[in-house]
Design a binder for this molecule. Structure first.
Ligand SMILES: O=C(CO)COP(=O)(O)O
Ligand SMILES: O=C[C@H](O)COP(=O)(O)O
Ligand SMILES: [Zn+2]
Ligand SMILES: [Zn+2]
Length: 311
């Protein structure tokens, strides 16, 4: 099966009350860990590439790694540009074989966001590619830009119909309290997503797929593994998994996870180095790291997203 768009995946996910996992990929072991888990569980997948990933691994390498995963697994896989910040970047990914792009102009004024999203949609749809857009700003770090909590803003439900109608986008990322990175909530406070906003958005956009960024749950076993093996990540806290499950049962069809993969990989490698100080073959420590990414993704698919068996 060749790469697919997310159109049919989202329709089924919306109807079925589950979500598709969108996992960020940066190297071969990450691609393999994610896709081996999805294959075992017959789960549909979105593999996403950020501007930073392209700068790190090179567009061509990433495309070919993802195509290898399609060949190896036979699964429906979407290759998605995460946080595209310009028309030119989106165009280059569309021309280069991506089946889905995000244009993230949510930090720009509303009218400008509509204008640039519209341009990307026109080019993408001409080429059979789908577009995710965004309204609202998440706190945290993305593409080296740090958005402070006080500069973040929830999505305004009263804007979504006009935005979707005028732009023609295929899915919409909204801000309901998630954020990028490993420090999502202040220690001692109760993490709580704004389900009232999600509810209001989906009332205004019946059947329309909603996307949640910043949805890592920051597993405490890996935070502990990092901290016990020379790392320093005090107070790393993520989105509680029961809230992600609830979002998946509502209009949220795509849940973005990157930080959890980084934590699983880093925790595992740190521990390996501590336990085996004489080893120096990268295969020795990348193998358990890949295995733990696979375990983590399997857990997300079955216990959080609910998309096992849906490929
Ligand atoms: O939103 C994301 C990628 O676009 C990833 O979010 P996390 O940092 O929570 O993994
Ligand atoms: O949302 C951001 C993703 O986690 C990608 O992060 P990155 O820009 O560091 O690759
Ligand atoms: Zn954004
Ligand atoms: Zn994101």
């Amino acid at each position: 099966m060749p790469l697919v768009t997310s159109k049919e995946m989202f329709e089924k996910a919306y109807q079925g009350g589950y979500a598709i996992g969108a996992f960020n990929v940066n190297n071969m072991e990450i691609v393999q860990g994610i896709t081996e888990a999805a294959k075992d569980l017959n789960a549909p997948l979105i593999l996403q590439v950020s501007k930073g990933a392209r700068a790190y691994a090179n567009h061509t390498y990433l495309i070919h790694l993802v195509q290898a995963a399609v060949e190896e697994t036979g699964l429906p896989i979407v290759l998605h540009l995460d946080h595209g910040d310009s028309y030119e970047l989106c165009k280059s990914c569309i021309d280069g074989g991506f089946t889905s792009v995000m244009i993230d102009a949510s930090s720009k004024p509303f009218a400008e966001n509509i204008e640039i999203t519209k341009q990307v949609v026109a080019y993408a749809h001409d080429h059979g590619v789908v577009v995710e857009a965004e309204l609202g700003t998440l706190a945290g770090v993305e593409d080296e830009v740090k958005v402070n909590a006080e500069d973040s803003s929830y999505t305004r439900p009263e804007e979504v119909e006009e935005f979707v109608t005028k732009t023609g986008c295929d899915s919409l990322a909204i801000a309901i309290g998630t954020s990028h990175g490993a420090y999502k909530f202040k220690p001692g406070t109760k993490p709580q997503l704004r389900f009232d906003i999600l509810e209001e958005v989906s009332k205004r956009l019946p059947g329309f797929p909603i996307v949640l960024h910043g949805s890592s749950s920051v597993p405490q076993e890996y935070v502990k593994m990092v901290n016990e093996n020379g790392g320093n990540m005090p107070g790393a806290i993520g989105v509680p998994e029961d809230q992600l499950r609830k979002a998946a049962s509502m209009a949220v069809c795509k849940i973005n996870i990157d930080s959890d993969l980084r934590l699983a990989m880093t925790g595992t490698i740190r521990k390996y180095f501590n336990d085996h100080p004489a080893d120096f073959d990268p295969r020795q420590y990348l193998k358990p790291a890949r295995e733990n990414i696979k375990k983590l993704v399997a857990h997300k698919i079955v216990d959080v997203l609910g998309c096992d068996g849906k490929a």
